[in-house]
Design a protein around this ligand. Sequence first.
Ligand code: GTR
Length: 426
Amino acid sequence: MQGRNHVNVYRLILLAIVLNASAALVSLTAHCEEANYDEAKAGPYTLPDPLIAADGTQIKTKEAWVTKRRPEILHLFQTEMFGISPARPKILRIQFDESATDALDGKAVKKVVRVNVTENADGPEMLITLYLPANARKPVPVFVGVHLFDTAAPRPMPGKPLAKQEVEFPKGLTDTLPGDRLPETILERGYGFATINAADIAPDNKDTFDSVAIRAFLKPGKEKRGPNDWGAIGVWAWGLSRALDFFECDPEIDAKRVIAIGHSRMGKTALWAGAQDERFAMIISNNSGCGGAALSKRIFGETVGIINDNFPHWFSETFRKYNQNESALPFDQHELIALIAPRPVYIASSEMDRWADPTGEFLSGVNAAAVYALFGKTGLGTDTMPEANKPIGEMIGYHNRSGKHALTDYDWVQYLNFADMNLKVK
Ligand code: GTR
């Protein structure tokens, strides 16, 4: 009898081991979800129609878009993906740390400003580093991004967040800048540029991301964020809005012509900032990929499951319910682009950056065009992917640069041209 019992116990243990092993196997496969690079397997999928409201009504006018459909879509992105951000603080405490009129050999006015991002005097502070063209007629338009240049560098390096990484270009790529003239070029063309420090408000780290702004805004008695609360991208986007609050107080800056720009994770951030805060006049997404301009339902390159596993701190916890379940998403990233309408938005891909899915980024622009049309505006003006290094589009700009994942001089030149086209004071 005893012997049999033993056998049963062993059987049970064996069963438990097998069950555990298969559970472990399931979570292992979840963790090791492989990126798909086969176009034939990237679908089929159905994109939600931005012009059909939740109650089934067809949206036919810009008024119906603004009052009915836009708030619905914004709410979905807040509650299902990026998390809900706190409201704009009522007071902005600003302190000038540095102000120099002779930066960059006298070509720039440089300002370093410390902004308290809460209403509490002891609250966390965020640094804004700003370069304005010394000789331009003020107020000037400004590009602003999270960490777009090395603030400690003797020369700012806008667009070179990965300064040490060599980016190779195929021969014949035009519009690059001879020498290292990017900061001067931006200034000569009449624009300023500014950066904020991600780590000041949300360190890009899954263990410490909530240690600054998220902590400062926790409801009394709460120790950690709730499932629908903001993640790091929400905080960074909110930081861009706080920079814009400051720009509104600086008479040298034209706060009605502020352009949010970002590369990669900060491209996702720029899009989210522009979707929520309609004061941004133009948005630039450089190689933003999954969670940015790339469609999620297409399943090509990085996916919702992969990004949530690798960066659990970027989005809300709720977003994880779409891991390996993109078809259940009640929205897709073309609607993030549509939230920016009717303002100009530029989406840029790079050919070798398949992780970010150039086709999926382009298709977001294509599928946002109907919303621009409600305002009588042309978006990309085509649904055919252009050849490499051929910028296209009116209110939605697009190019697919040859080369790797990076924000390069070539990209910047297209952004300056696009800004000239759409934001120049006539
Ligand atoms: C990658 C991530 C991308 C992109 C990129 C970046 O590791 O998978 O979504 O954001 O980082 O920010 O450089």
